[in-house]
Design a protein around this ligand. Sequence first.
Ligand SMILES: NC(=O)c1ccc[n+]([C@@H]2O[C@H](COP(=O)([O-])OP(=O)(O)OC[C@H]3O[C@@H](n4cnc5c(N)ncnc54)[C@H](O)[C@@H]3O)[C@@H](O)[C@H]2O)c1
Ligand SMILES: [Zn+2]
Length: 360
Amino acid sequence: MKTVRVELGNRSYPIYVGEGLLVRVGELTRQHLPGRRLMVISNSTVTGLYGEFLKRNLEAAGWKVLWAEMLDGEEHKNLATVSRLYDLAVEGGLERGDAILAFGGGVVGDVAGFVAATFMRGIAWGQVPTTLLAQVDASVGGKVGVNHPKGKNLIGAFHQPRLVVADVATLRSLPRREIASGMAEVVKYGVIRSASFFAWLEENVEELLSLVPEALTHAVATSCRIKAEVVAADERESGLRAILNFGHTVGHALEAMTDYTRFTHGEAVAIGMVVASRLARHLGLGFTAEEEERLVNLLEAIGLPTSLPPGTDPRELLLFMQRDKKVKEGKLTFVLPRRIGEVEVVREVPQEILLEVLSA
Ligand SMILES: NC(=O)c1ccc[n+]([C@@H]2O[C@H](COP(=O)([O-])OP(=O)(O)OC[C@H]3O[C@@H](n4cnc5c(N)ncnc54)[C@H](O)[C@@H]3O)[C@@H](O)[C@H]2O)c1
Ligand SMILES: [Zn+2]
């Protein structure tokens, strides 16, 4: 087991990463979460796979478990679901000094965290993420929230969990496409912050895709450590945290433009990272053709797309980029690589250059 500490003063918390950690969730939650009652928020799929096992483990550790299930899917990450969960919490007698445990992917984590942030003005919570994306991304940083019909993640809060337990064995039941999608964020961490991690990924991509536990544990723990460092330096996203958006300016636009149906998040981000690399080369930031080739090769080895779908209209994509909630006064900000392991935030990228790169 590896432990990564997210250093946020009195809101610091540990992330435990390893193979077979589900059996230790009872004991670990007892150490880090207060109260007698624990409301577990999960979804139908994850409950079907691991619910019985986790519930018994928690009860054996002394928790009075209130198991709450939401429907599976991003379309249920909304206030109606949250409202129903408040009802279950009230009916189940959950108190201010009790706790919530999120058990599932990023959707469950964001919803459960939002319930924890708001129920009785905020109660303690922990996370047991069961997708690669949730383990390497959504479990670090304390962003919680739900979607609004007008936009994703428009309603939310910052509420740090007290602990995260990432059992890489749970990834075995995850569809291949979800593994590849989560890997896009893992590659992102290498490019933005660590050339040695990137090189390690190139060496170990086969092991990772075959879900070798030691390799997965290293990749998840290193990803969490990198995100934790960035978040610790900028908890509320005013500066450095922006670098986590590498690949996301184009990625988000591509997802929105295709109605969130054609690409998974990671697939869109993979394409976005390649576009950002091209842009960096165009602007002469130092990123080389060889580095771009290494990035493309790694993404392809994972099974991720690396170019815009044929027929993509660059101007339409640009419009979607300008609609992103992070765009300030219509100015396009990009996170661009200087070299593998280092990025720079570039504001006001000229539209003509962007269109040129998108059309190439
Ligand atoms: N809070 C943050 O910082 C943050 C960061 C990144 C993403 N997110 C959010 O996370 C969400 C995406 O997360 P996701 O990719 O985990 O999607 P998800 O939660 O929808 O999970 C993907 C699918 O896998 C299923 N699943 C989960 N664990 C499984 C397992 N072990 N075996 C088999 N199936 C399993 C789920 O039921 C779901 O059908 C988005 O809503 C996004 O906004 C939040
Ligand atoms: Zn992302």
